[in-house]
Design a protein around this ligand. Structure first.
Ligand SMILES: [Zn+2]
Length: 316
């Protein structure tokens, strides 16, 4: 069972709607990355599809539906992930999903479809999805997930029930970690590195994950010391790791944010070991440039390596 820390309200709302039967035909789970939108969607699907007679038992993990869900081959669930390639095949996938949703459910009451990271789909593909949203059929339920809902068509937003996922305050993350008997110094560091994201805070409790995050931070700090050869090699490595490229970039931005806050006195502790050699304007320009890079990497097929190399040159 998922740890709902930080997302209790969203979960209660979804639970209530299943219990009362007042369901929307389409939901949008929106909010920054690592806010457990995907995980909550999976639990919601479990709740919607479980065949147990007692609501309190759902998802029971025992019924045929729960078993099929566990095996990842439930006949009433279609899960679509954003892919790198775009164009006709993408529109085709959305049209298939729309047709599939209109079929009768095989096991349970609902036909369920999820589109993860819908903002990564092209505008024509998003438009193709609109038709499904305009003509909901039967008991089908569509769940859209997006880290960047600001890139979605307004016409999509207006036709779905949006469930917003929020970042938590540092204090809430620290209090949670302290309640788990985490050392106060470590709790403070985790809260700083997790940016208010409960899932990230939980993952950093794992020493292996914490180690790789610290390694990433160390490497970035070396880049900030204007070691250009190292910087370019590190960028090459970061770009190759497609899966973690955006989370890597997020770590970089977070390091800069913390240094910036330390420098202007908002953060009193020395969390990132002050990088005195970076002039404040360079720091600001690098932050702006990496924010832009984040957008370009997500929305375009521009040369990732070149974008990041240009950003790092803001230090010089
Ligand atoms: Zn069940």
């Amino acid at each position: 069972m998922l740890n709902f820390f930080g997302h209790e309200k969203q979960w209660q709302l979804l639970q209530k709607s299943v219990k009362s039967g007042k369901l929307s035909h389409a939901y949008l789970f929106s909010g920054k990355s690592q806010l457990a939108k995907r995980e909550v969607a999976k639990e919601f699907i479990g709740l919607l599809s479980c065949q147990s007679k007692s609501f309190e038992n759902k998802p029971c993990q025992q019924c045929q539906s729960c078993q099929e869900m566990k095996k990842g081959c439930h006949p009433d669930l279609l899960w679509l992930e954003a892919k790198e390639e775009t164009g006709e095949s993408e529109i085709g996938s959305i049209r298939n999903l729309a047709n599939w949703l209109h079929l009768k459910p095989g096991l349970g009451k609902h036909r369920l479809a999820v589109v993860n990271q819908i903002q990564s789909f092209s505008l024509p593909a998003q438009s193709a999805l609109l038709k499904t949203l305009e003509e909901p059929k039967g008991e089908a339920i569509l769940i859209l997930i997006s880290d960047y809902p600001e890139f979605l068509l307004d016409t999509i937003i207006s036709r779905v029930q949006e469930i917003k996922f929020h970042c938590l305050s540092d204090k809430r993350i620290i209090d949670f970690l302290l309640s788990k008997n985490v050392d106060p110094k470590l709790a403070k560091r985790i809260s700083c590195l997790s940016l208010g994201k409960p899932l990230k805070a939980l993952s950093l409790l794992d020493s292996g994950q914490m180690k790789s995050e610290e390694k990433r931070i160390m490497a970035f700090k070396r880049m900030l010391k204007k070691d250009l050869v190292f910087s370019f090699k590190e960028i090459e490595k970061t770009v190759e790791e497609k899966e973690t490229l955006l989370s890597g970039l997020e770590t970089w931005l977070n390091v800069l944010r913390i240094i910036f806050l330390e420098r202007i006195g908002v953060i009193k502790e020395d969390i990132m070991d002050r990088e005195e050699q970076i002039a404040l304007p360079n720091l600001k320009n690098l932050m702006i440039s990496l924010e832009k890079a984040n957008y370009l990497l997500m929305k375009t097929n521009a040369n990732k390596r070149l974008i990041l190399e240009n950003s790092i040159l803001e230090l010089y």
